[in-house]
Ligand binder design. Structure first.
Ligand code: 3PG
Length: 211
């Protein structure tokens, strides 16, 4: 395991689920991050899929001391740099490209790049990246697919994401090459829209005890 991966895992502190968040209203960012942290999921991924995402990262990073905020859906080096500058403690990308690899190599902020094929996994290993997002997990072949990769890729560890729920999370978390899973189920759109932070805290608490 590389030292960057080790630093990243220290940041995650054994958290089994990383909430994947899409924030439409900037006012939701801070209370949402607080509710998730209170429920036991301080490390969160705010995806760059909405115009307020970078500002949301800035606010959570400045105002929610207990949160470990990361950025998701990073598609290029410009977004990598913007997200890092906004205060992201880690960066998640849905795939793996040369430009994102280069951005990560010249930054202290750890990258969790997406990989789904053996070729992409070899590219990651060549770049010294050994902790990967297996995305989209459920749609690409699920836990059985990922299990089959453990033997040829003994050094790799994964955070499967995509189609994961409280029901199927355990199928992945039980695999020796899985360290955590990512998912949006702990912060459903309807609960975020209605500001139901206590229900989100409950969902987070349930997810935080998954093994
Ligand atoms: C992601 O970007 O990681 C996924 O969109 C999250 O997938 P999910 O919504 O199926 O959990």
């Amino acid at each position: 395991m590389t030292s960057k991966t080790q630093a990243f895992l220290t940041l995650l502190a054994g958290q089994p689920v990383i909430p994947v968040l899409k924030i439409d209203e900037i006012e939701h960012a801070v209370p949402l991050a607080r509710a998730l942290a209170k429920g036991g999921l301080p490390a969160i991924e705010i995806t760059l899929r909405t115009p307020v995402a970078l500002e949301a990262i800035r606010r959570v990073s400045a105002e929610v001391e207990e949160a470990v905020v990361g950025a998701g859906t990073i598609l290029n080096s410009r977004q990598f740099d913007q997200a890092a500058k906004a205060g992201s403690r880690f960066i998640v990308s849905p795939g793996i490209t040369g430009t994102v690899i280069d951005a990560a190599a010249s930054s202290d902020v750890p990258l969790l790049p997406g990989a789904i094929t053996p070729g992409e996994m070899m590219t990651a290993l060549d770049a010294g990246l050994d902790f990967l997002k297996f995305f989209p997990a459920q749609q690409a072949g699920g836990a059985a697919f990922l299990k089959a990769l453990a033997s040829p890729f003994q050094e790799l560890r994964f955070c499967p994401t995509g189609g994961i729920t409280s029901q199927n999370a355990k199928d992945y978390l039980g695999l020796p090459n899985v360290l955590c899973v990512g998912g949006s189920w702990v912060a459903p759109d309807n609960l975020v829209r209605s500001g139901d932070w206590s229900q989100i805290e409950t969902l987070a608490r349930e997810a935080s005890t998954l093994k």
